[in-house]
Design a protein around this ligand. Structure first.
Ligand code: SF4
Length: 397
């Protein structure tokens, strides 16, 4: 392995550690940062990822490591990792000792624009980096009404904390169409439509209207969209998303172990047909959308690693790209105060998942097209192995 790849893997390990353990900082250090001007601010679309809430105080969305990996910023004042400001330069530090200087992520141009009804486009579609957008049409989940929301999820608490302060609410199809058109003009090329469940599962009507609005405003028939949806009772509804023009679809199973799923996802179990139905829906989605065009996420750390890997492998064998995101026990979720497994546990899991993707022939582009987070660890592994990062070109030049 080249020295550059060894260095990148070291940075990747750090990225995982700071995702799992968070980063401590005094919010006042951002006082002189051009946040919301040159640099992209964090906007809450579905979940608060910081360990504590910080309503009214803006944080940068993330930063670049010296060799070009994108780190997100998860605030946790208990962490041994920190961001410090020394002589005008921000550094990632460990136990107070600087590791490397960081460069915060640029703000996309469309964040400064407004829709025709005067809404900030930044509040309609969040820029997830690498040309990918995320639209959370609804910032709440109707499963809460019966106390059936997933135990690791803080979507409703996040809405309660930030909805008014950040001006985040329901997004209308025209607003989404205009925002996507503006972002695509600036180079964006993928979007995910997601959100919590709405009452009576009326999501499909909304997704179809949004697809029409995006096509109208961008002029694109294939706008490279992912519809992130719950498993519908009537599986034929899945055909409608495909007909509407979504290139990919995502249905998140969250947990592979059936019994843990039952305990931690009571709404998906009691109101949406249960674990077997979710798996059936994913298999049907592959029939409609094709292999490598369906995604399902598992929250990593809620069940034994072998169970998650069994799920990723089973789903991959059926043509589903099963992703895993490190579980962060966040404020407002029923599991607030619990601990995620250690960073090394997550790193090992991600390496094994990337190997499963290779085994089943999933390409970088397929993973990009069906996931909402283009800077995930397994995509970083592809970027390092296939030498896709700009730093490799710089080396050749
Ligand atoms: S279905 Fe579960 S994970 Fe999704 S928004 Fe609702 S409570 Fe959260």
């Amino acid at each position: 392995m080249s020295n550059l790849k060894v260095t990148l893997y070291k940075e990747l390990e750090l990225k995982i550690s700071t995702q799992v353990e968070g980063i401590s900082f005094d919010p006042l250090i951002f006082k002189y940062l051009d946040l919301g001007g040159r640099y992209q601010e964090d906007i809450h679309i579905c979940f608060e990822h910081a360990y504590e809430t910080h309503a009214g105080i803006k944080f940068p969305v993330g930063f670049l490591s010296p060799h070009g990996l994108k780190f997100n910023l998860r605030w946790d004042r208990r962490s041994s990792y920190s961001l410090i400001l020394e002589k005008g330069t921000y550094h990632l530090a460990h136990h107070g000792e600087p590791i490397f200087p960081v460069e915060f992520l640029d703000r996309p141009e469309y964040y400064a624009e407004k829709t025709s009804d005067g809404t900030n486009m930044a509040n309609i579609a969040v820029y997830a980096r690498e040309g990918a957008l995320a639209v959370a049409y609804s910032n709440e989940c109707a499963l809460k009404e019966k106390d059936h929301d997933c135990k690791f999820c803080n979507i409703n608490a996040t809405k309660d904390t930030y909805g008014d302060v950040e001006g985040i609410g329901w997004k209308y199809p025209k607003q989404v169409g205009e925002t996507v058109a503006a972002a695509y003009k600036n180079g964006a090329r993928h979007l995910t439509i997601t959100g919590g469940f709405v009452a009576e599962r009326r999501e499909v009507e909304y997704y179809l209207d949004v697809a029409d609005a995006i096509k109208e405003h961008t002029g694109l028939e294939d706008f490279n969209g992912t519809a992130c949806v719950g498993a519908p009772h009537d599986l034929s509804i899945i055909d409608k998303y495909k007909e509407a023009g979504y290139r990919t679809i995502a249905t998140n199973i969250e947990i592979w172990d059936k019994n843990i799923f039952k305990a931690l996802c009571p709404g998906k179990e009691l109101q949406c047909g249960g674990w077997e139905h979710w798996v059936k829906a994913l298999e049907y989605e592959v029939e409609v959308f094709g292999r490598g065009r369906v995604r399902s996420n598992i929250v990593a750390g809620l069940e034994p690693k072998d169970s998650t890997l069994e799920g990723v492998e089973y789903l991959a064998s059926k043509g589903v790209i099963a992703t895993a995101t490190s579980w962060n026990p966040n404020p407002g979720s029923a599991l607030e105060g619990h601990r995620s497994p250690e960073p090394a546990w997550h790193y090992d899991l991600f390496k094994k998942i990337a190997a499963i993707y290779r085994k089943y022939g999933f390409t970088y582009e397929q993973i990009y097209d069906c996931t909402a987070n283009p800077t995930s660890i397994y995509q970083d592994i592809y970027r390092i192995e296939d030498e896709r990062l700009p730093v490799f070109k710089a080396k050749v030049a």
